[in-house]
Design a protein around this ligand. Sequence first.
Ligand SMILES: Nc1nc2c(ncn2[C@@H]2O[C@H](COP(=O)(O)OP(=O)(O)OP(=O)(O)O)[C@@H](O)[C@H]2O)c(=O)[nH]1
Ligand SMILES: [Mg+2]
Length: 310
Amino acid sequence: MKIVEQVLKGDKRAAGKLISMIEDDDAGATEALAAIYPHTGKAHVVGFTGPPGVGKSSLINRLIREFRVRDRKVGVVAVDPTSPFTGGAVLGDRIRMSDTGTDPGVFIRSMATRGHSGGLALATFDAVKVLDALGIDLIFVETVGAGQSEIDIASRAHTTVVVQMPQSGDAVQALKAGILEIGDIYVVNKTDLGGADSMASNLDFMLEERQGWRPPVVQTSALEGKGIKELADAINKHYRYLKGGGGWRRRESDRARKELYESMKRLLAEAYSDETEGVAFEEVVGAIVVRKTDPRSAAKTLLRDLKLPK
Ligand SMILES: Nc1nc2c(ncn2[C@@H]2O[C@H](COP(=O)(O)OP(=O)(O)OP(=O)(O)O)[C@@H](O)[C@H]2O)c(=O)[nH]1
Ligand SMILES: [Mg+2]
């Protein structure tokens, strides 16, 4: 496929087009994704999650610039972003340091939440694969911290960055459930507002070492550009930790397992949405209702006779 060759050569426009095909559930996208898959697996995928307005996009904008200085190719996949990515130029900055349109080392893409039969997580990580095949070294995935989907997405990144902002001591106790378990790096952003020290030390106190990695707490002000180098260093350090031990392989296996399972579910759903198979499926539903068969036996029979879509 021409589009695959173009993406592998580093053609950003072709990559954008392929991601649109993924979003539209275009039949060609499946084929293209299969073709690029052997060329993926090199990029470091870093998920950013945290409450709305905490400064995730601002931090990513700062990091794009920091990593460009370090000569890394950077990509962003933003899920339903509410604020724009500028590719390194931060609101309030006079000088636009890197123009994403012309800088071949920056690729930014946002994904809309609706319209993917495979679910948002699947579409998001298919887009990540396109960026990976394009030759991007470091891919940021931003999700708004509101529900299962962001935990889902965070759990597929190699490195998960949880962003918080200063709160009163009591509020720290009320951190969203699960937030202490998913992060590899914690950020207390908006240090310019004050109260960051106690927030950071409270967080640090609650975090525990997991598999030889103790999540660091980094204080930043995306507004002032403070703590960005430290955050970039923490991201690199986590990468070296993953590569040094078995962590990288373990996370890749986790992701492969999830994607395999989801692909199987999707194939099943597609198989039974087909005209004839769909009717056969409904007949079996009827047989279960009248107790002619039981769900488990019926499932076995259906799976045995299943004709998968192409
Ligand atoms: N004072 C202060 N404001 C900040 C800082 N970082 C970001 N902001 C402001 O906070 C607001 C939200 O920032 P975003 O970067 O859009 O936050 P976000 O987490 O991406 O927001 P959502 O995508 O809507 O969840 C903007 O008005 C930013 O200018 C900071 O370090 N200090
Ligand atoms: Mg944002």
